[in-house]
Design a binder for this molecule. Structure first.
Ligand code: HEM
Length: 418
């Protein structure tokens, strides 16, 4: 593709939505940073540049403040719209904060993610996966996203927070509503998405406040208690910050893990010999998860704002501009990965950037890996003959950030336990 053809590069076109990797290749082949009129942003898609940009302090993650400023400007005098209120909450999320605010929030959150706590969760996750697959097989349902990938992540987070089983479904609904705003998804729901997201988050905060009060009064082993506890220097999250952090954890771990699982299953369906290898040798699962995250991860692009001019191999990206860091481009860069476009579940080393890098690198990566490992291994073991349903049509959600299938209809030869 020529530079001219890339002048109007559109990551939301039907072609790029279906297969972003061809566009990523064109971007990599053209320049270290390509300006897009359509997106009003620079796009960086080479591994080397994405990796270094992820740790470049001249790029800001604060992408909510400018949108909030616009929403406020449109508010009637003396009134605060749903959009302003919801953006005010999102603005405090560490994922859209820069140091020093980010440093403080990350330190306070890190304790709750200590390795030991997560690694102990394997058994509980496997029990849930078993139940989900029992139900899937017994129901005769076909959509592996809705019935298999979707129920797990929100339930795991809810359980970590100490939410009783009977309330866990509500977490999924709240997370879906939040996604309408945080990812700008939701097509037909766009008109009222701020109202819906705000209603969802207010309900969720009211619900969680009870658990926060209980954790403050009598700390337990759950994540809310861990997040509520002061760190060594005595600093701690206040109630509002804690509720906001819980919403972020729920949201950040829900869609991503669902889409990663679904994309991973599809990649295995397209490479049946590798699915079979996983079936035969469960020890391959950990490496397979890394490779599946590389080949078709759930986040295509991360957005940053440029604080100071940066120079990328002769291209100047000026301060004040927006820049997209294309994880999907970096993870398919043939200058970094051998045979980058092919799935190889034995690939090692595999320094993909699906979880980001630097100060914002995914804080839930260990948990996500554990969930994916149990889920994918159980899917391949318990669903013999797994294949795409004959009449399956695969469609992706048109989204800049997410690589999300709308559904994944499958057939298999498993029989329900009598
Ligand atoms: C396969 C699943 C997942 C993927 C691919 C993923 C990917 C990412 C990426 C790329 C970032 C960096 C964002 C940036 O630099 O702007 C990130 C940050 C984050 N992730 Fe994940 N994530 C996943 C699952 C999870 C889970 C399960 C949780 C929590 C339970 C979680 C919580 C977070 C949080 C809180 C941040 C913000 C960290 C910060 O700003 O310091 N993620 N994730």
């Amino acid at each position: 593709m020529t530079t001219t053809a890339l002048d109007d590069v559109d990551l939301l076109s039907p072609e790029a939505t279906e297969d972003p990797y061809a566009t990523m290749q064109a971007l990599r082949d053209t320049a270290p940073a390509v300006w897009s009129d359509r997106h009003q942003a620079w796009i960086v898609a080479r591994y080397r540049d994405v990796e270094s940009a992820l740790t470049d302090r001249r790029l800001s993650s604060d992408r909510v403040a400018p949108v909030l400023a616009r929403a406020r400007a449109e508010d009637a005098p003396g009134e605060e719209s749903s959009a302003s209120r919801i953006l005010e909450i999102l603005k405090s999320w560490m994922v859209v904060s820069d140091p020093p605010a980010h440093t403080r929030l990350r330190k306070l959150a890190a304790g709750a993610f200590k390795g030991q706590r997560i690694s102990l969760m394997g058994e509980a996750i496997q029990a849930r996966v078993d139940q989900i697959l029992d139900d899937f097989i017994a129901s005769g349902e076909r959509d592996l996203i809705h019935h298999v990938a979707y129920p797990l992540p929100a339930a795991v987070i809810a359980e970590m927070m100490g939410v009783p089983l009977e309330d866990q479904d509500r977490f999924r609904a709240w997370s879906d509503e939040l996604a309408l705003v945080a990812f700008g998804a939701g097509g037909a729901a766009r008109g009222d998405r701020h109202e819906r997201a705000l209603r969802g988050i207010e309900e969720m905060f009211a619900y969680l406040q009870g658990l926060v009060d209980a954790a403050r009064a009598e700390p337990g082993e759950d994540m809310i208690s861990a997040l509520a506890a002061p760190v060594e220097d005595g600093d701690r999250l206040d109630d509002q910050e804690l509720l906001s952090m819980l919403a972020l954890l729920l949201f950040a771990g829900h869609e991503t893990t669902i889409n990663a699982t679904a994309n991973g299953v599809l990649a295995l369906l397209r490479n049946p010999e590798q699915m079979e290898a996983m079936r035969q040798d469960p020890d391959m699962a950990a490496k397979a998860v890394e490779e599946l995250l590389r080949i078709d991860g759930p986040i295509k692009v991360l957005v940053r704002w440029v604080l100071e001019d940066i120079e990328l191999d002769g291209v100047t990206v000026p301060a004040g501009d927006r820049i997209f860091l294309a994880l999907a481009g970096a993870n398919h860069d043939p200058d970094y990965f051998d045979d980058a476009g092919s799935l190889d579940i034995t690939r090692h080393p595999n320094r993909h950037v699906a979880f980001g890098r630097g100060i914002h690198a995914c804080i839930g990566a260990q948990l996500a890996r554990l969930e994916m490992r149990h889920m994918l291994q159980s899917i391949v073991e318990r669903l013999p003959g797994l294949r795409l349903a004959d009449d399956a049509t695969l469609e992706y959600v048109p989204s800049l950030a997410s690589r999300a299938l709308k559904s994944l209809p499958v057939a298999h030869d498993a029989v329900p336990a009598s």
